[in-house]
Design a binder for this molecule. Structure first.
Ligand SMILES: O=c1ccn([C@@H]2O[C@H](COP(=O)(O)OP(=O)(O)O[C@H]3O[C@H](CO)[C@@H](O)[C@H](O)[C@H]3O)[C@@H](O)[C@H]2O)c(=O)[nH]1
Length: 351
C-alpha cells in the first residue's frame, strides 16, 4: 500500500487510544485519509486524544470489542481495520483468564465478523511472540486470536475481507513495560527490580511495530501472519544500558520471575518457519490452506521442519550494552526522560 492508497479511505483502529493507536493515527493524518475511527472503552482517554490530535477527521466511538453491535457500528463503510484492542498484561491475564478470553478471543471474532459484514478490504490483527508455545493466559488467548483470524479464510473461500496477523516482540517504552519502570526506579535512586538478568526479549521500537502493520496491509493474502526480524537483549544488559544513560550506579535487586514468564520468547516456531517466506526484514508465514478432507492430500511427512529452528530471543542477533544504549537513545520518550533529568541524551561509559 502506498501513501496514496490511504487517500479518501476510512480506517478503524480498535483499542486506538494506546501508544500504537496514537502513532498510527498521527502517521495516517499526514496522508490524505477521509476518516480515522477510534473504537475504545475509555471516554477520558478518547477526550485526551481528541485534544492532542485536534483533527476533525478523527472520530471516536465508545464501545467494546466484546460487544458485537458496538464493533459493527464502528466498522460501517470502513476500508481498513487495525485491531489493537487487547488485554496485554501477562500478570493480570493470569488472574483473570476469562477476561482475556472475552477480549482477545471473542472480541477478535467480533472484529473479524463485523469487518466481513461491512465489506472491509483488509484487517490486520496485532499479536505477540507470547502466542508462540504459550505458557500464560495472555499468550494463549492471543494464539487463539490468530487461529480465529486464520479460520476466516479457511471457512469463507470467497471472503471479501483479507484477514492477517502480525506478531511483535517487546515494544520498547510501551505503557506498563519494564523500560519506563526502570527509568522511574533509576530516577528515584537506582534500586532496580530485575526478575532474572539472563532473560532475553526481542526489542522493537514503536515505529518498527507500525511499519510491520503497514507491511502487512501491503502484502497480506488471506490468513498470512507477518513477523519483523528483531534483535534481542538480556534484561541484565537492558538494566546496565539504562543505568549508563542515566549515570546512576544501579543497585540490582533480583526479584525472580513473575507469574508465567518465559526465560526467552519465540517470534516464529520451526514449524511455521518451514512454510515461511523470507522477505528481507520480514517473514511471511502462510496459513495452512488445506481443507478438512485430509485424505485427498498426498501422505508425506513434512521433513522440512527438522531443517529449521525456532526464531528465539536467546539465539537471534544479541545486542551489546552499547547497542542497547543506542536503541534507547533513538526513542523520543527516553530522550525526554534524559532531558527531564538534566542529562544530555548520549552514550556514556559504564557506571
Ligand atoms: O520489574 C520488572 C518487570 C519486568 N522485568 C523483566 O523485563 C522483561 C520485560 O518485561 P515487560 O516489559 O513487563 O514485558 P513482558 O512481560 O515481556 O510483556 C510485554 O511484551 C509483550 C510482547 O512479548 C507484550 O505483548 C506485552 O503487552 C508486554 O507487557 C521481562 O523479562 C521481565 O521479567 C524485570 O526485570 N523487572
Amino acid at each position: 500500500m502506498t501513501t496514496t492508497d490511504y487517500a479518501g479511505k476510512r480506517i478503524l483502529i480498535t483499542g486506538g487510544t494506546g501508544s500504537f493507536g496514537h502513532t498510527v493515527a498521527r502517521k495516517l493524518l499526514t496522508r490524505d485519509v477521509a476518516e480515522i475511527r477510534i473504537l475504545s472503552r475509555d471516554e477520558a482517554k478518547q477526550d485526551l486524544m481528541r485534544h492532542e490530535l485536534g483533527d476533525s477527521r478523527v472520530r471516536f466511538y465508545v464501545g467494546d470489542v466484546r460487544d458485537y453491535l458496538s464493533v459493527e457500528r464502528a466498522s460501517k463503510d470502513v476500508d481498513y481495520v487495525f485491531h489493537a484492542a487487547a488485554l496485554k498484561q501477562v500478570p493480570s491475564c493470569e488472574f483473570f483468564p476469562m477476561e482475556a478470553v472475552k477480549t482477545n478471543v471473542i472480541g477478535s471474532e467480533n472484529v473479524v465478523r463485523a469487518a466481513e459484514a461491512s465489506g472491509v478490504k483488509s484487517l490486520v490483527c496485532l499479536s505477540t511472540d507470547k502466542a508462540v508455545y504459550p505458557v500464560n493466559a495472555m499468550g494463549m488467548t492471543k494464539a487463539m486470536m490468530e487461529k480465529v483470524a486464520q479460520s476466516h479464510g479457511l471457512n469463507n473461500p470467497h471472503a471479501e475481507t483479507v484477514v492477517s496477523c502480525v506478531r511483535y516482540g517487546n515494544v520498547m517504552y510501551s505503557r506498563g513495560s519494564v523500560i519506563p519502570l526502570f527509568i522511574r526506579q533509576l530516577r528515584a535512586g537506582g534500586r532496580l527490580t530485575v526478575t532474572n538478568p539472563a532473560m532475553t526479549r526481542f526489542m522493537m521500537s514503536l515505529e518498527d511495530s507500525v511499519d510491520l502493520v503497514e507491511f502487512a496491509f501491503v502484502n497480506a493474502e488471506q490468513g498470512d501472519l507477518f513477523i519483523r526480524k528483531a534483535p534481542s537483549c538480556t534484561i541484565g544488559d537492558l538494566a546496565q544500558a539504562l543505568s549508563n544513560l542515566f549515570r546512576v550506579k544501579a543497585d540490582i535487586n533480583v526479584i525472580g520471575t513473575r507469574h508465567a514468564e518465559k526465560v526467552s520468547e519465540v517470534l516464529a516456531s520451526r514449524e511455521e518457519l518451514s512454510r515461511a517466506t523470507d522477505m528481507g526484514e520480514y517473514f511471511r508465514i502462510t496459513a495452512d490452506k488445506r481443507d478438512l478432507n485430509y485424505s485427498v492430500y498426498v501422505e508425506e511427512g513434512d521433513t522440512k521442519q527438522t531443517e529449521y529452528s525456532d526464531y528465539d530471543s536467546h539465539t537471534t542477533v544479541r545486542l551489546s550494552v552499547g547497542e542497547v544504549e543506542d536503541m534507547l537513545l533513538g526513542l523520543p520518550e527516553v530522550q525526554e526522560e534524559l532531558f527531564a533529568a538534566g542529562l544530555t541524551p548520549e552514550r556514556s561509559d559504564a557506571v
